[in-house]
Design a protein around this ligand. Sequence first.
Ligand code: SF4
Length: 370
Amino acid sequence: MATLAHGTALDEVRAKLEAGERLDFDDGLTLMESDDVLALGELADLARRLRGGTDDVYFVQNLYLNQTNVCRVKCKFCAFAATQKQEHAYTQTPDELVADALAQRELTGFTEIHMVNGENPHVGFDFYVETIGKLHDAMPDVHLKCYTASEIHHMTTLSGLSHEAVLRELRGAGLGSLPGGGAEVFADRVRRLIAPGKEHPDIWLETHRIAHALGIPTHCTMLYGHVETYEERIDHLLRLRSLQDETGGFLAFIPLAFHPENTVFERRGWKQSAGTDDLKVIAVSRLMLDNIPHVKAYWIMMGMPLAAVALHFGANDVQGTVVRETIFHAAGATTETEQKVSELVRFVRDAGRVPVQRDTLYSELRRWDG
Ligand code: SF4
């Protein structure tokens, strides 16, 4: 009987989807509580197609940079941050960072720089403006997707400026968009447990709201697989959906699986999320976020083989070539740190989809449909 009742619940969600009705909190919970992962994947793929999705799967050629790992916040899930006094602490000057990026460009092409950092209390706001300005001058054709909303908030405390003034100044220097990190899980309870030093989630949302009002597109994330409940996951997705209703400024949603290695959670016995949970989160996100155009299967965290499977669970983007990734690898990710274009193309094709190289704003640069 339990199976029948469960089947009925998913059938109700399917009927709503087919009727074009929006899924609500209870629907989200029904989906999260389902252990029929294949049915969730099929529903998510249906939702994606009903909303105009095709076989196209996007990726970007990008370079990941982390200018400093010095951070004042001490999130409990983080294996990347250091205090200024620790031996592995580092901060690159703007000139060093630019030289590093230019040297990478000699080796491999990229159209985007993705940069996030620790919240370093030993630099001023001018450090960030100078960095963006110098990167932009050195590579005016490269889109600068830099600084999470949490870092933007940090800059307001460094400078005494408003969030809007900080964003305007960075945009004036060449900033193109914001990555989606720092969202974690919005629920106060979770935030207190995993990131007590981080700004209130309302500030994260407000920073994105302001960026969107200024015409700066952004991305959004959810870091899952630690202390959050299913209810808190759905609440998080609905808060993102609601902001997107208001502004339309999110380009993509990226679910991030928590990696416990080298964090306090490893000592408490936490394990990395199972692949089935990763697929479930991708599927439920696609189903609930009916207004965010793209959902990424972030191969850096889940590995390329599972990311390829996720393309049948509602994802339509595999992020990019990345070149260097350090944050999740500090926390034990064992995936490659660079996916060459030919490899991404092969994985996407093997999954039965059409690889499309895009720029940051999803303009098509090249497709492999032959
Ligand atoms: S997650 Fe970010 S803000 Fe938190 S400790 Fe790590 S670097 Fe700092």
